[in-house]
Ligand binder design. Sequence first.
Ligand code: ADP
Length: 449
Amino acid sequence: MWLLQIAFIEPYYEQYRLSEIEKVNSEIAYRVVDSAIELDSTELSNVVGREMMCVDIMNDTARTLVNSDNLGSTCVIDGISKPALLQFINNAKEAPRNEFSIKFTNNNTNQGMYLMVRGVMVAEDEYVYIFTNAPLEMVDSTVYVLRRQFGLLTLLVFSVATIVSLLLSRRLSYPISNMTKSAKKLATGNYDIAFEGEGYEEVIELSETLNYATSEFQKTDELRRDLVANVSHDIKTPLTMIKAYAEMIQDISGEKPTLREEHLNVILEETNHLERLVNDMLTLSKYESNAYTINLEKYRLSNQVNNTIGLFKGLDINFDVSVGKDIFVYADEVKMGQVLYNYINNASKYVGDDKLILIKAEVVGNTVKVSVTDNGPGIDPEILPYIWDRYYKVGKNFSRNHSNSGLGLSIVKAICIANNSEYGVQSELGEGSSFFYTVPLAINNNKKR
Ligand code: ADP
């Protein structure tokens, strides 16, 4: 608006004035022809209306026939000498369309002016000349007031816009630069930072996402550290033992067969433990990476239970099996056999004084729930949620038990997740534990294998 007012208003106004003058002039010419000169001043004034111009209609001797003046003293026509008027008339006569015009500056008012002379034929060889004079510049003081106001307004709008945009950009950039600082700290492994987003919803959302990502990083980092600590602890201890006993054989018991036998047994036991640990680690990573195929087949559940129990023959344990002989399931026999084995293996380690392990199969709808129950020490409710985590026992207690790798239940969990089986435990301290898993019932259950 300001630019329009300051830069383009003059040419625009001039153009407007010229077209107005042209219009009035044409209208007068038409009336003059129509009334055959008999145009009176009232009619002329009506045509001119309130336009800022003065009009003189003269004959070819430059005598005024009728005139209308809205300009008063600034009208230049009255001040033009007769010869000059005749010269103008002559110019109009010779011009195409009998029209002649000039632009000039009024010396008294310093105002741009326009003078137009137009010859109109009113009878055979009889012409009248319409002199029209109008200023081409605005004189109105409101224009200057408006210009000033526009200038001030522009300044005001510009300042307000600058302040508002500064505030807005600060509101936007402040939390983002804060978050950038936090992200740099996070990159150095400092997880005790919080991303504080404020202001815009998107920024708040971003900070929440970053906080979530930080907590996940933290968990992964803890897991990684635990894993390294646990694995190295579990491998280092047997290795130390093996080394120590090998040295003892070398230095002391090499020549003493009984002692040597004893030391060799320790070495063997430690080696077995290492082997078990490495095997379990391989099994778990295989199941967790899903790098194996699931072979679904129909098999008799009681056969699998009996075969698995057979593996614990040498132990002083009684098994109470209540698995219907006619229950056929449709699952991966080898993998589910591993789940059953791990459950029974644990139950045999934590078996109660009664030395009894109960194995039960219940058909619930289309699935069979297999449970392995012992009357052993049970599990502390506080640690119950963690027993499925890898290295749980070894990780938290660092107690050494040669038959434990701390991976048994993690393997169960990985297999059950991969096979869409449910798994879980019910346990009470001092009462015993009951672990279970589910397998789908074979559709045609009666068909014998
Ligand atoms: P581990 O090799 O240590 O037995 P698991 O993953 O098989 O590793 O078991 C994790 C932990 O769950 C065990 O260390 C033990 O504390 C607990 N747990 C598993 N089975 C039983 C059970 N039948 N009775 C009591 N505690 C058990």
